[in-house]
Design a protein around this ligand. Structure first.
Ligand code: DGL
Length: 268
C-alpha cells in the first residue's frame, strides 16, 4: 500500500521531497489539484469540499494514510476528513507547530502563510494548544506563491516583497519563523536573509515527514520492500509550465504525470 499525499497544486511536492528522504522505500500517490489552485484565497467551505474529493480520490487508490501537504487545507479541513475517512489523516500544521515550539528559546514565534491559513489562526491555535504562554505573530504573504511558481526564487523583486511582508515580524523579537505554506521552503534563502540569520526557520514538511514515519510504524503498515518506492503523480490540469515548476519543487526529474478529470473527482 502507498502513502497518499494531496495539495492544492504542485507545492506539496516540497513535502513529497521530505517524505522521499525520510521514507525512501515507501511508494507515494500524489494528487495536485492544479485545475483549482489556489486554495489560499478560497472560502473554508470550498476548501473542505475539495479536500474531501481529493482524499476520496486517494482512498480509491488504496492508500494506507493521507498526508494533507497543503497548509491551507490542513488549517481548515482536517476534522472533517478525519470524521469521514478511516485511514490516518496527517496534516502539516501540528508537526510544524510542534517543531517550532521545541525550537524557540524566547517563546516568541513568527508564522507566515497564505491568507486562509493566517486568517484561520491555524498555527497560533496549534502552538497555544501546546503552551498558552508562547507569543505567536502571524503574517499572510500571498504574493510568495505566484512568485515561486514563476521560478523567481532568488530574483531581486522577491527581496523587496519579502522586506515589505517581514518588516513587522522583524520588530517582534521572534527567534523562530514557521514557513507555513508549501511554496515557502523554496524562498528560504531570501526569507532567512531578510528576517535575519539568527532566526530559526521551520519547514513544516520536514516535521511532517517524521510524523508520517511514526504513524506508519504505529499502525504497523511500514513497507518491507528493499527497493525505492514508486512516485505516482496525478493532477487535475497540466499547465504548460508544469514539468519545469514541478521539478523545481521536487528537486528531481519527473517521469510521468496523469491528468484526472474534475468531474471524476466530484463523483461520489
Ligand atoms: N498549497 C498552499 C498552502 O500550502 C499554497 C497554494 C494555494 O494557495 O493553494 O497553503
Amino acid at each position: 500500500m502507498s502513502i497518499g499525499v494531496f495539495d492544492s497544486g504542485i507545492g506539496g511536492l516540497t513535502v513529497v521531497k521530505r517524505l522521499l528522504s525520510v521514507l525512501p522505500k515507501e511508494s507515494i500517490v500524489y494528487f495536485g489539484d492544479t485545475a483549482r489552485v489556489p486554495y489560499g484565497s478560497k472560502s473554508n467551505a470550498t476548501v473542505i469540499d475539495y479536500s474531501i474529493q481529493n482524499t476520496n480520490f486517494l482512498i480509491k487508490k488504496n492508500v494506507k494514510a493521507v498526508v494533507v501537504a497543503c497548509n491551507t487545507a490542513s488549517s481548515i479541513a482536517i476534522p472533517e476528513l478525519r470524521e469521514r475517512f478511516n485511514v490516518p489523516i496527517i496534516g502539516v500544521i501540528l508537526p510544524g507547530a510542534d517543531m517550532a515550539y521545541k525550537e524557540t528559546k524566547n517563546g516568541r514565534i513568527g508564522v507566515i502563510g497564505t491568507r486562509a491559513t493566517i486568517h484561520n489562526n491555524a498555527y497560533s491555535n496549534a502552538i497555544k494548544e501546546i503552551d498558552n504562554e508562547i507569543e505567536v505573530f502571524e503574517k499572510a504573504c500571498p504574493l510568495f506563491v505566484p512568485i515561486v511558481e514563476e521560478g523567481w526564487t532568488h530574483h531581486r523583486a522577491v527581496y523587496e516583497i519579502a522586506e515589505e511582508y517581514l518588516k513587522d515580524l522583524r520588530e517582534k523579537d521572534i527567534d523562530t519563523l514557521v514557513l507555513g505554506c508549501t511554496h515557502y521552503p523554496l524562498l528560504a534563502d531570501v526569507i532567512q536573509e531578510v528576517i535575519g540569520k539568527e532566526i530559526k526557520l521551520i519547514d513544516s514538511g520536514i516535521a511532517t515527514a517524521e510524523v508520517v514515519r511514526n504513524e506508519i510504524n504505529r499502525i504497523g503498515l511500514e513497507t518491507n520492500s528493499a527497493v525505492p518506492g514508486n512516485l505516482d503523480l496525478y493532477v487535475s490540469d497540466i499547465p504548460t509550465t508544469f514539468k519545469q515548476v514541478a521539478e523545481l519543487f521536487l528537486g528531481k526529474k519527473i517521469e510521468e504525470v496523469v491528468k484526472v478529470e474534475i468531474e471524476e473527482l466530484a463523483k461520489k
